[in-house]
Design a protein around this ligand. Structure first.
Ligand code: GLN
Length: 570
């Protein structure tokens, strides 16, 4: 299969590299270009090559690396895949994300299997071949265009095998099938009133020393660059004048497709790759940006979490809240609270101005009691509440302790071997994705030992979840080790907890001994809006299709805002 794809891929490849600085927004620029090509009617997908040696970003600290994004097929990936999905409104897969670690691990497994027939295994050709095969595997999906973002900055030691592989790829594919875009940074010196092109010249020189001549240069800068600077870059970097573009800083990332279109980027790309002359239909993007500019009301949401130092750790979450707001013509303001600083005796003072409370996902014990305090506040003061993954687990613990009167209720993650662990590590559950009983990985490995990716969930009629989704069967993405302990379904539902979403039953089970189903959504009946999910709905929201739970949560928060304002006036 792979061989055939390598011989005659229909897809054309756009390789995006970055120079001068990291954090230039390569992922966003690539995603916005992808959106424009999709708007031309082309079938587009994207891939990220990350030069670090972790097998995947799953074990990386969100403080350092930002959020770990999860695909339907259960890959733990870089957060750029979130941008790709939101801009393209197309699900990515495991194939869309490769780290150098994954490439090396594949090469080493082949070496152990004897696939290299006793040869000396080297970066060139073995590692570079593996990279090329990974890129070409994207064309198995009958795509027109694949955008491949090479992570890191040109000049890093780690990215060299990737760059060598894409250099070779251009030759392998033949003329007109592969295009290089280099994203660079153009500093502006206010004292002399000039853009400085030298760093860009140097990074292109570096790229050329590896054998890659960029076809297009996109310059990031605070302002549109002057024609003189463009001319200088074209001359020194050996690209035509109409192949130098600017990506100016934008306040709202969804303006990017419009800005790049106005500069003619997708037109130039289409010309160089013969992708047809049809104009992209950018009207949905224009309408989106206009709607965002018109937002007339504001709603404020408290996020009580543990990874707030770097707000990239909650990238998809904040995006999804924004999309939920958009569905109600409302701007969402976030107030972040470090859970370690939230206590039962200060929670009201801290959160009283917010119209909704959200406890997001997380790992480890730090800050747990603060999150439980936030749940308690939202539950007892009847403030709209959304609990996601760890947020659900905290809500179940809070409810068990304070309503169901199980004072020692806890999670196995924080207190192993406790009889009252309402959240625990399940073994032997029915996995609807495989149709088999899944056995938990008994190892203590941190990587790859979670319930990951998309799972079906049946939504109970007459619940807040059903009102939000309007569908009896949904599919959502997971990333966690621990689950609602089915031993507590009875006592907790008797105390008033509503289980509004569950995994399907095992079709092969013995009806005399029914097996418990996975609990996926819980909620409260006597509360304006209190919904918690074991999955991560934020990974399936996009500006063009806001996620139903975020839409419903923001709707409830707006109603709360109305009440708060009414009581102030009264
Ligand atoms: N730490 C919890 C678990 O592993 C929750 C994970 C999460 O919030 N993503 O089950």
């Amino acid at each position: 299969m792979r061989k055939r794809a390598a011989q005659s891929p229909r897809a054309k490849f756009i390789i995006i590299t970055g120079g001068v600085l990291s954090s230039l927004g390569k992922g966003l620029t690539a995603a916005a270009l992808g959106a424009l090509l999709k708007a031309k009617g082309l079938k587009v997908s994207m891939q990220k090559l990350d030069p670090y040696l972790n097998l995947d970003p799953g074990t990386m600290n969100p403080h350092q690396h930002g959020e770990v994004y999860v695909t339907d097929d259960g890959a733990e990936t870089d957060l750029d895949l979130g941008h790709y999905e939101r801009f393209l409104d197309t699900p990515m897969t495991r194939r869309s994300s490769y780290t150098a670690g994954r490439i090396y691990s594949q090469v080493l497994s082949k070496e152990r299997r004897g696939d290299y027939l006793g040869g000396t295994v080297q970066v060139i050709p073995h590692v570079t071949d593996e990279v090329k095969a990974a890129i070409l595997s994207m064309s198995e999906d009958e795509l027109d265009v694949v955008l491949v973002e090479v992570g890191g900055t040109v000049g890093d030691i780690e990215s060299l095998p990737f760059l060598e592989a894409v250099r070779q790829l251009k030759g392998d594919l033949g003329r007109g099938r592969c295009l290089f875009i280099h994203l660079s940074y153009l500093p502006y010196l206010p004292t002399s009133g000039e853009f400085k092109s030298k760093p860009t010249q140097h990074s292109v020189k570096e790229l050329r020393s590896i054998g890659i001549q960029p076809d297009i240069i996109v310059c990031r800068g605070a302002l549109p660059i002057s024609p003189e600077s463009k001319a200088k870059i074209a001359l020194f970097c050996d690209v035509s004048l109409d192949a130098v573009f600017t990506a100016v800083d934008v306040k709202n990332i969804y303006e990017l497709p419009l800005k790049l279109h106005a500069e003619g980027l997708e037109k130039k790309v289409s010309k160089l790759l013969s992708l047809g002359r049809q104009e992209p239909d950018i009207s949905p993007w224009r309408a989106l940006v206009e709607r965002q500019a018109r937002l007339s009301k504001t709603v404020s949401i408290a996020i009580v979490g543990k990874y707030g130092e770097l707000m990239d750790s909650y990238k998809s979450l904040k995006e999804a809240l924004g999309h939920g707001g958009l569905a109600h013509e409302a701007k969402v303001e976030f107030h972040y609270f470090n859970a370690e600083e939230v206590r039962l005796d200060n929670v009201e003072k801290l959160l009283k101005h917010d119209h909704g409370v959200l406890v997001p996902g997380g790992f480890g014990q730090r800050g747990i009691e603060g999150m439980i305090g936030a749940v308690n506040y939202a539950r007892t003061r009847r403030i709209p509440f959304l609990g996601i993954c760890l947020g659900l687990q905290c809500a179940v613990i809070e409810f068990s302790r304070n309503v169901a009167k199980i004072p020692a209720a806890n999670s196995e993650e924080f207190r192993p071997n406790c009889r009252d662990n309402v959240i625990f590590r399940m073994t032997g559950w029915y996995d609807p994705n495989t149709g088999h009983r899944a056995q938990r990985d008994p190892s203590d490995d941190l990587g790859g030992s979670m319930r990951l990716g998309s799972y079906p969930c049946q939504v109970a009629p007459g619940t807040l979840a059903m009102a939000a989704y309007g569908a009896p069967l949904i599919h959502e993405r997971h990333r966690h080790r621990f689950e609602f302990n089915p031993r507590f379904i009875n006592p907790l539902t008797k105390a008033g907890l509503v289980i509004s979403g569950q995994g399907p039953a095992d079709p092969l089970e013995n009806p005399a001994h029914p097996r418990p189903k996975l609990v996926e959504i819980v909620e409260l009946a006597d509360h304006p809006w209190f919904v918690c999910c074991q999955f991560h709905p934020e990974f399936k929201s996009s500006p063009m299709s806001p996620h139903p739970l975020f839409k419903a949560f923001i709707g409830a928060a707006l109603a709360e805002r109305g009440k708060m304002e009414g009581s102030k006036k009264g």
